[in-house]
Design a protein around this ligand. Structure first.
Ligand SMILES: *Cc1c(COP(=O)(O)O)cnc(C)c1O
Length: 398
């Protein structure tokens, strides 16, 4: 019999009742160190007092009015994002994939609006993940996400991630934009080189196409900058953000320059819930914390400590761990055995992590992580490696 909850996930048999900072507590009262953060969502940890107060305060005022009226929280959050990023304008959504798809619409509309309606195709890269709508799976072309869902939406041309020449060869007179994640998350924590990002910027400028960055997972402080592309010293024309943006309250945003968004006039796009007062109250509270002077520097500092400790771990257990990669607090450990087994072994010892493609174990601690909590993480990781070195897992075929 099919479960009442449609069984599209192979879920771990644990349910959480409550969270506090970097910890979650399950229904049996067991404590877990949360290095999953709800997949890079609860970047400020659980039950952050400032976020809780913002949500509760707004809940007592008004929940929802629709976008037929001004929403003051949207105006405030959009202005703050504009002041702190490349963007001139922001559209708020309920989820990541809606923000991503809004960006595709912005790119297509820009070219049709400026007299180039033939320019509508978007170049994407292998290993990408942009969400689960029909357009997003057509863009990423991942076999398991595409299989059985019928003919894919046209308009996405895929090239190898990191290969600038291939990207250049793929540009035609129908290309509207090129879309990449600065650090691929679901694809296995694969960071684009800064030179690749700079090269994409130059390529887009050369051919008059738009550079579209998906920072849904890499953004909002996770790499130690507000957005990961800042490390490369470049700016995109369009960017989507979500996950960390609401600290667990579901919403997303599509950011664009004035030029890129020039076709987005009244009536061209909309959403019932997107940017509603509850989401905006929490979003503004999240930004209060992240933009506090020194916050991102501290993320960078602890991230470097964690990186060095993990490097030592990988050196110490070469038969268990093959590789460490990533950026900031968006880290990937590649075990010799299966990533699912490694994640389960960590969970049994009271630590949560997230599997990703390419047999990677994602470590996505909240940005409020302390050095004591890093000590605890390394203790659990070390014990897990010791256990796995004694009982070696079958190596996963490359
Ligand atoms: C999670 C994610 C998405 C999709 O976000 P949803 O909120 O699940 O729709 C898109 N792009 C990237 C890079 C992501 O990590």
């Amino acid at each position: 019999m099919i479960p009442a909850v449609m069984p599209t996930y192979a879920r771990a048999d644990v349910a959480f009742e409550r969270g506090e900072g970097a910890y979650l507590f399950d229904t049996e009262g067991r404590r877990y160190l949360d290095f999953a953060s709800g997949i890079a969502v609860t970047g400020l940890g659980h039950a952050h007092p400032h976020l809780v107060a913002a949500l509760v305060g707004q809940a007592q005022l008004v929940w929802h009015t629709s976008n037929l009226f001004r929403v003051t929280g949207q105006e405030k959050l959009a202005s703050r994002l504009v002041a702190n990023t490349f963007a001139d304008t922001v559209f708020f959504t309920n989820s990541g994939v809606e923000a991503w798809e809004c960006g595709i619409k912005v790119a297509r509309k820009y070219h049709s609006h400026t007299g180039n309606p033939k320019r509508w195709r978007v170049i994407t890269v292998g290993g990408a993940f942009h969400g689960r709508t029909l357009a997003a799976i057509a863009a990423a072309k991942t076999e398991k996400m595409v299989a059985g869902f019928g003919p894919m939406a046209d308009g996405f041309d895929q090239v190898a991630f990191g290969n600038l020449n291939e990207a250049r060869m793929a540009v035609t007179d129908e290309t509207a934009a090129i879309c990449v994640e600065p650090v691929q998350g679901e694809g296995g924590i694969r960071a684009a080189s800064l030179d690749y990002l700079r090269g994409l910027r130059a390529l887009a400028d050369e051919f008059g196409i738009l550079l579209y960055l998906d920072e849904i997972q890499s953004g909002y402080g996770r790499t130690g900058k507000l957005f990961a592309h800042e490390w490369a010293g470049i700016t995109p024309d369009i960017m989507c953000a979500a996950k960390g943006i609401g600290g667990g309250f579901p919403f997303g945003a599509c950011l664009a320059t004035e030029k890129a968004a020039s076709g987005m006039v009244p009536g061209t796009h909309g959403t019932t819930y997107g940017g509603n007062p509850l989401a905006m109250a929490v979003g503004n509270a999240v930004l209060d914390v992240i933009l506090e002077p020194g916050f991102l520097d501290e993320v960078d500092r602890v991230a470097r400590i964690l990186w060095r400790r993990l490097e030592t771990l990988v050196e110490r257990w070469p038969t268990v761990l093959a590789e460490l990669r990533g950026a900031g607090l968006m880290l990937g450990l590649k075990p010799v055995g299966s990533n699912a087994d490694f994640v389960a072994a960590l969970r049994a010892r009271g630590m949560l992590a997230v599997p990703a493609a390419d047999n990677v174990v994602r470590l996505l601690p909240p940005m409020i992580i302390t050095e004591d909590e890093i000590d605890l993480a390394l203790e659990i990781l070390g014990a897990t490696c010791r256990e796995m070195a004694i009982h070696p897992a079958k190596p996963v075929p490359a």
